[in-house]
Design a protein around this ligand. Sequence first.
Ligand code: GLN
Length: 528
Amino acid sequence: MQRKYIVITGGVLSGLGKGIALASIGNILSSNYKVVPIKCDGYLNVDPGTMNPLEHGEVFVLDDGGEVDMDFGHYERFLGITCKFEWNLTMGKVFERIREKERRGDFLGQTVQMVPHVSYFITNHFIEVGENTNADVVLIEIGGTVGDMENELYIDAARSLVRRVGKENVLFVHLTYLPIPYGVNEQKSKPTQQSISLLRQRGIEPEILIVRSSEMLNDKTKNKILSVGNFQSEEVITGLDVDDVYNIPLLFEAQGMSQLLARKLQLPVIPDLTKWESLIKNKENARKEMTIAIAGKYTALEDSYASIVEALNHCSAHFGVKIDLRWIDTDKSVDLTGISGVIVPGGFGSRGTEGKIKVIQQCREKKIPFLGICYGLQMAVIEFARNVCGLSANTTEVELGCADPVVDILEEQRGIINKGGTMRLGAYSAIIKPGSLVHSLYGALEVSERHRHRYEVNPKYHKVLSDKGLIFSGVSPDGNLVEFIELENHPYFVGTQAHPELKSSLLNPAPLFKGLVGAAIKYSGLLA
Ligand code: GLN
């Protein structure tokens, strides 16, 4: 079949959920086709790895070690695929490549310009990703809002895709916002009209319009948009606000999305959303509720821990139980009253670490189910070393000359100066201890999870820690790196150096999260 490209642009506001909208379209197509996403970000960082999660949200890590935009989390979860670093373009990456090509002499004799050279490079990238992956459908998300200076080249590249691969193989989807101003109480379509016009000025005619709104579009508003945008009625979809983003594919489908895509792409589309729908219903119908706490330092922005929240959502659907999330800022509070399970997530630097250690001590002593992720595992090891082994333990990330550096920098990380893309990143395997809790959760003796760290449990302390009862339930294949820990005589005390939340999905929740939530359900007495 001819490869198809679906390009989504955004208008009016940023943050309307282009990623979710495109992932939902992909979800509908993925029952029948191989769908591959590309995300275009306008910033000049090569990747988001060097940005503050409080500003930019979570840094998503892929199997191949790529640090990418958090929208890739949605793509993997909605499409059931493993994405690649190459599928995230940033202006930093684009300019880096263009400069390399220029120095190599690829443009010899020419004046290298934004248009055509950079724009052409981006269009080529879209086509190459399609070819290299043998995708049936390539989804292209252009970050930002039409009219932003940052995404002009991406929009230009998408426009010229039509000329390169044929008009019938490119479908433009535009996502806008419908304000209903307070006191006016009327659906206002003007911003949508203006953003369609901005897109047209750039040579793009949107064929499907998704209007994000707190209400379904009424006839008057819809008719206005249809006439201004030259749309048929079924081409304008309401992107209704929902509490649960997993509802969006169903919301789109209820408005005829698969038929619309079939007509536009000239492909049969027969989505199978039954399992997806039944899991969502399972979550929505849940009546029992218990509280899980996330104790970290970036709690001011939930997006910093987006995949952890998602992994808990997946468990909520799996167990049919509501999870009330409690955010504990470890800078301020360590009160665990009413909490049935605790996650200490990944993190960097010294702020909040002593609070995390106190939280973990309570979990260990009061037998509250606990899952430590990356920094969370390291903090659990420090807590155990201090309070069970009697060491003056710390991580050298916080206290360089500490007496007992039970967590220390990885040997291979010593001497690395560049900060970008240099951590131990991506998928690494671990060999699991037979008969351990981690073994029973994964049901396998070798597992692969994604990583993002520079520090590790110091091998010099392996013996004293394990002599005192800390179980290393998973280690790297050479035996040097601690990948999983657990404790006996505790309902659930598990830590991992990896980030299992990154591979969790609605259909397959991450095993360690399932373990935590299962234990928390018991702890809360919901099973009694
Ligand atoms: N700061 C720790 C390290 O670099 C943990 C990193 C993380 O939690 N992602 O090893």
